[in-house]
Write a protein that binds this ligand. Structure first.
Ligand SMILES: [Zn+2]
Length: 232
């Protein structure tokens, strides 16, 4: 059952809360962009058209199942091609993407959004820098809930490098809009997550065993967030 809540952030930005995951609608002068398409929601396009008359396109921050619930409504979706094997697992097809690369700028009309690739949580995870609003829309890598880092496609060392890469952009945003957990979060969370990832890699955080979707995992409660890694 889908139950969701639409919350307006400003005159051109909305977040849609979908049972623990959120996705966003942004509008510019020319067009609108959905950033992810929900988990239990399968009519994100319809929701978007209830909020704007502009043409709506879809971008996925990554292809985990809680972010692509309404992808079938779109002929094409902006996605980093490194995400295609992940996408194929649930969609059984991959041919309908418009590739986005690190540094690309998608302009909605006086609203440029810069793509920043952040591999680690998944190989093709991206964040978007909403340049004029000084907001980073971060997807899953930057958030204070559970950060999934188990399974073949996830890589904690790559994740650490992605957080380090964000240091270059720290003077360009004042707030972060994550896909899970507290909304919004402050840029200082990036340094806290970076310190946590380094401690996990160094084996300096005590763990508890758990199970997630049948996978034996280890939970690292790093205060800033809880990291879930493979039990080796
Ligand atoms: Zn997610």
């Amino acid at each position: 059952m889908s139950s969701y809540e639409i919350i307006q952030i400003d005159s051109q930005t909305w977040r849609i809360e979908d049972q623990g995951v959120r996705f966003f609608l942004l509008t510019g002068d020319r067009e609108a962009l959905l950033i992810d398409s929900g988990m239990t929601v399968h009519n994100a396009k319809e929701i978007a058209h209830s909020l704007t008359d502009l043409p709506v396109r879809l971008l996925n921050t990554h292809a985990d199942p809680d972010h692509i619930g309404s992808n079938q409504e779109f002929d094409t979706v902006y996605m980093n091609p490194a995400e295609l094997s992940n996408y194929h697992k649930t969609q059984r097809r991959t041919g309908d993407i418009t590739p986005i690369w690190d540094g690309d700028v998608i302009d909605l009309g006086n609203r440029p959004l810069q793509v920043i690739t952040l591999p680690g949580h998944t190989p093709g995870s991206v964040a978007l820098l909403d340049i004029t609003r000084r907001v980073l829309i971060s997807g899953d890598p930057i958030q204070d809930g559970n950060i999934f880092m188990f399974g073949i496609q996830r890589e904690i060392c790559a994740y650490r490098h992605s957080l380090k890469k964000l240091e270059r952009f720290m003077d360009q945003f004042d707030q972060i809009y994550p896909s899970h957990g507290t909304f919004p979060v402050m840029p200082s969370l990036i340094g806290e997550l970076q310190a946590a990832a380094e401690k996990i890699i160094a084996g300096e955080i005590t763990t508890t065993d758990a199970s997630m979707f049948g996978n034996p995992i280890r939970k690292y409660d790093a205060k800033a967030a809880v990291f879930l890694l493979d039990k080796e």
